[in-house]
Ligand binder design. Structure first.
Ligand SMILES: C[S@@+](CC[C@H](N)C(=O)[O-])C[C@H]1O[C@@H](n2cnc3c(N)ncnc32)[C@H](O)[C@@H]1O
Length: 410
């Protein structure tokens, strides 16, 4: 494939540098604006090409040395080659471009994470030939690792122990993947098995150095093997548990800032919380002055956790509804003063947006982890306009971030 000299002009929506080669756009990962590079074209598409850095001819003043030896190999991080201040500038530009391209000319602030490395409270590890590792982006290839620089250090402490345990006993052939979650130095490990085994995983109990709960999952059935059943948390007077299998925000610092912003809006209101997960946000809304809260969640594990949270905190004004928001919201929209939406990356169901357009609800708080589906949904929510928006960096070192927005009826 050919090589060409390129000047990086700006950053694209996925965090890649954008340049032109003979008039055609080319995206170059791990490059920065104003850099002069020798780029190798590695893929040709009809409307654009994909290039990779061959040589940095003139580096940006904001270029830094990545902390992680797997940066650029595992594909999990996009921004270890620049300092955190510049990463936030880039993210602000990405959201700004996305908003103005869609007709929203609105200024917004950016909230940084307390940590830009070692912040993730969860990892999913796959079994490589010789060690556990991460799946290389868009491939089935396992990049074997000895540590990950964006996960909590508690996970990094247990990783070599797990690696030794799995590979000394040749257990890698049994394992689909392993999920580790942590909080307050406590750890939950869930081993997803390919097939039934008589292997006794309780041996792990004797070789780890932390408070640990071990689970094994096969065909969607999770069994507790030993130790902690869950991790219990008390935050802003709410007691809740972290389970091995239910949804949890991966950056607790940023999640808590978002929760606090939302609860400022709920006094005396009937709130419908769409895509409510394990009920932490609904619980906080319920505890902080809302008249009534309806949480709508599709996942069975998440719904069950939300029910336990309601019971443990005696939240009589909280109703957890299990099912699809597209089907359940129309039944409750009439009762609501405020709707809070926090959908997965693929955004809201079109029917959710149409239900809201046809309702009398004056205010929506929309939390999004995907700016592309956020602007798509705001377009569908044609009876609303963005009144307030903020970027919160839930996912440092990656091109993703969280959006907090308040939409008001036109
Ligand atoms: C981003 S999480 C929300 C998390 C929650 N707000 C919290 O802070 O813990 C999105 C949730 O939407 C749920 N979900 C996905 N599709 C859904 C649907 N069609 N209807 C209801 N819930 C859905 C997922 O199971 C997941 O728990």
């Amino acid at each position: 494939m050919d090589k060409f000299v390129a000047n990086i002009e700006e950053i694209g929506y996925g965090g890649e540098g954008v340049c032109h080669n003979n008039g055609k756009v080319c995206f170059v990962k791990y490059s920065l604006p104003k850099e002069k590079l020798l780029v190798e074209k590695i893929e040709e598409k009809s409307k654009y090409d994909i290039g990779q850095i061959d040589t940095i001819l003139e580096a940006s003043k904001d270029r830094t040395t990545p902390l992680c030896p797997y940066f650029g190999i595992c594909g999990g991080c996009d921004f270890q080659h620049t300092n955190y201040k510049n990463e936030l500038v880039i993210k602000k530009e990405i959201l700004n471009k996305q908003l103005s391209r869609n007709g929203h000319n609105i200024d917004f602030s950016v909230v940084a994470s307390d940590k830009d490395y070692f912040y993730r409270n969860k990892i999913r590890l796959f079994a490589g030939d010789k060690a556990l590792g991460l799946k290389k982006e868009k491939t089935n290839q396992c990049v074997e690792i000895s540590s990950c620089k964006i996960v909590d250090q508690r996970i990094n402490k247990i990783l070599p122990i797990l690696n030794k345990f799995v590979y000394l006993q040749n257990l890698q052939f049994l394992i689909n993947y392993i999920e580790i979650k942590t909080q307050n130095e406590k750890v939950l490990i869930n081993i997803f098995l390919k097939k039934k085994t008589t292997y006794d995983f309780s041996i792990l109990q004797n070789i780890t150095d932390c408070e640990l709960g071990l689970f094994e999952t096969i065909n969607n059935q999770t069994k507790h093997v030993f130790g902690l059943n869950n991790i219990s948390i008390n935050e802003s007077e709410l007691n809740y548990i972290i389970n091995p299998n239910s949804f949890r925000q991966i950056n607790s610092f940023i999640a808590n800032i978002i929760y606090k912003k939302i609860i400022e809006n709920v006094e005396n209101k009937t709130v419908v919380n769409c895509y409510s997960g394990a009920g932490v946000l609904s619980g906080m809304i319920s505890l902080n002055g809302a008249k009534k809260v309806y949480g709508i969640e599709l996942g069975e594990n998440e719904h069950n956790d939300a029910e336990k949270l309601k019971e443990n905190n005696n939240l009589i004004n909280l109703i957890n509804l299990k099912g699809d928001c597209a089907k359940i919201l129309p039944l409750y929209a009439k009762k609501a003063d405020l709707v809070v939406i926090d959908p997965p990356r693929n955004g809201c169901d079109k029917k959710v947006c149409l239900t809201l357009n046809n309702s009398n609800i004056k205010k929506i708080i929309y939390i999004s982890c995907n700016h592309a589906t956020f602007v798509r949904d705001v377009k569908l929510l044609s009876k609303y306009r963005i009144k307030e928006i903020e970027l919160l960096d839930m996912f440092p070192k990656t091109a993703n971030f969280e959006i907090y927005s308040v939409l008001e009826k036109i």
